[in-house]
Design a protein around this ligand. Structure first.
Ligand SMILES: [Zn+2]
Length: 95
């Protein structure tokens, strides 16, 4: 887990928000830049899986990035992460 703003790993848990469906969202505070963020700040898994689907259909990494408004670096990072981890264990991925 890293801060999505500054990529620092010096983060602490900072309470939880509860959604209407009862799902708890963990909040974090970054000691590096002082910003708060939560799990929802990160890229949702459906965007990541869409990116990987586009790639498997032959779209270039830059073209996929333009469609999803993500950097091609993010998409390459997701490909690398998901090559080593089962998608079920990564509901949210850091940009
Ligand atoms: Zn930070």
């Amino acid at each position: 887990m890293k801060c999505p703003h500054c990529q620092s790993q010096t983060i602490v848990k900072n309470g939880k928000d509860y959604h209407q469906d009862g799902k708890a969202i963990q909040n974090y505070l970054c000691n590096g830049c002082g910003k708060r963020f939560n799990e929802g700040t990160e890229t949702p898994a459906n965007v990541v899986s869409l990116a990987l689907k586009m790639r498997s259909e032959g779209m270039g990494v830059r073209a996929s990035g333009r469609v999803l408004e993500k950097s091609h670096g993010s998409i390459m990072g997701w490909e690398q992460k998901l090559a080593t981890q089962p998608p079920t264990l990564t509901p949210y991925l850091i940009n």
